[in-house]
Write a protein that binds this ligand. Structure first.
Ligand SMILES: *Cc1c(COP(=O)(O)O)cnc(C)c1O
Length: 370
């Protein structure tokens, strides 16, 4: 935290309760089978920013449509960033977040790239506390379920000129999330995009911004058409090096105990799950290499048997084994992931920490309620 951060005074949120909040029975029905991103809690949090007034008007209010001018810059020039994190209910009923300050810092880095104002870490954490306090009952308790939190910041100023907006809004919504894998962890097939890139040198690849997702939708469609659930992108310059999936980072596991993952040097999103997996692997005494990873290395490693596992990771699905990488004219079938695999063992350890079943050695968890 910088000195200015430390000096950030706590916000006084204006709290407006939702008089049309879901009944207990309605909420329980949703929580019994929430899916992902389909249902939202009774409230949302927002903060305004203006060039003159800085961050102001902190509110908790009923979840509902935003009022937005048709000329708002976000609708025309996509000046928008977001975050994604989860709140977990532990066995004793308490509710916890996982490394939320890392999401706050990443939102600041994204803000810098998109010429948006930086939200102080303390304001970010306070907004999370506010939503989890008022909508605490929306945090599901079944195994592997969570309340997914979606903070986002968008250019609100009504002006069609191209320059950073002078009026911005930060909004936080929350959505209950079911277990990602219901019948046990299922390996996925992924599609190698040969015609499209996700990010280039000097672009926005390291920022969590809607524009990167917009760029991934067409290749994602191509992936579906080829029986794959995700798309893998290579570097935009040489089309040789593995970068990441549309919304997840990638790891190769060598039989000799090494974990290899593409280095995040500007075109790859710095996943907090990625960073946590690296730490947990190092804790086990495993060697972790963050460097360039070519498609050839992947292919040859699988062919020779040196690479024994490949997985993707991110907040939503945590850790997902990659069964196969398909392209227009090739396929790499990775080894099957056994129950004794490093992939599943790291997944178990990470979710164990998040749900309070495994000791939190690194101080990653923060108790918010209960
Ligand atoms: C959010 C995101 C990830 C994963 O980040 P986590 O912090 O682990 O959830 C990976 N790649 C992209 C492009 C993302 O937007």
């Amino acid at each position: 935290m910088t000195t200015t951060e430390a000096a950030t005074a706590p916000l006084q949120f204006l709290r407006q309760r939702n008089l049309q909040a879901k009944s207990d029975a309605e909420r329980e029905a949703i929580l019994a089978d929430p899916g992902f991103g389909q249902h939202f809690t009774d409230h949302m949090v927002d903060l305004c920013w203006s060039e003159k007034g800085g961050w102001h008007r902190p509110r908790v209010r009923p979840y509902g449509p935003l009022s937005i001018d048709p000329a708002a810059a976000v609708l025309h020039y996509a000046q928008e960033i977001f975050e994604g994190l989860k709140a977990y209910r532990h066995a004793d009923g308490s509710v916890w977040t996982f490394r939320a300050e890392q999401n706050a810092l990443r939102l600041q880095r994204s803000a810098r790239r998109l010429a948006l104002p930086e939200l102080p870490v303390a304001h970010f954490l306070q907004s999370i506390e506010e939503i989890l306090t008022i909508d605490e009952a929306w945090v599901p308790g079944a195994p592997e379920t969570s309340l997914y939190l979606r903070p986002f910041m968008w250019a609100k100023e009504a002006f069609l000129g191209v320059r950073p907006a002078r009026k911005v809004e930060y909004t936080l919504i929350a959505s209950p999330a079911g277990a990602y894998f219901t019948g046990g962890v299922e390996p996925v097939s992924i599609w190698l995009s040969s015609s499209y890139s996700r990010a280039g040198e000097g672009g926005m690849g390291a920022a969590k911004t809607g524009g990167n997702y917009a760029a991934s939708l067409l290749p994602q469609q191509e992936a579906y058409a080829n029986g794959c659930s995700q798309v893998l992108f290579l570097d935009a310059l040489e089309h040789r090096y593995v970068e990441e999936l549309g919304g997840m980072n990638v790891f190769l596991v060598y039989g000799d105990g090494r974990l290899v993952t593409p280095a995040t040097s500007g075109t790859i999103l710095e996943g907090i799950t990625r960073d946590s997996i690296i730490q947990l692997a190092k804790d086990r005494g495993l060697a972790v290499e963050e460097r360039q990873v070519s498609l050839d290395e992947w292919r040859e490693g699988v062919e020779s048997g040196a690479i024994t596992e490949v997985f993707a990771c991110g907040t939503a699905a945590v850790v997902t084994p990659i069964a196969e990488l398909k392209g227009a004219d090739f396929s790499i079938v990775n080894p099957a992931v056994g129950s004794d695999s490093l992939t599943l063992s790291l997944r178990e350890e990470l979710t164990g920490i998040q749900y309070g079943r495994v000791e939190d050695r690194h101080g990653w968890m923060t108790k918010v309620t209960g």
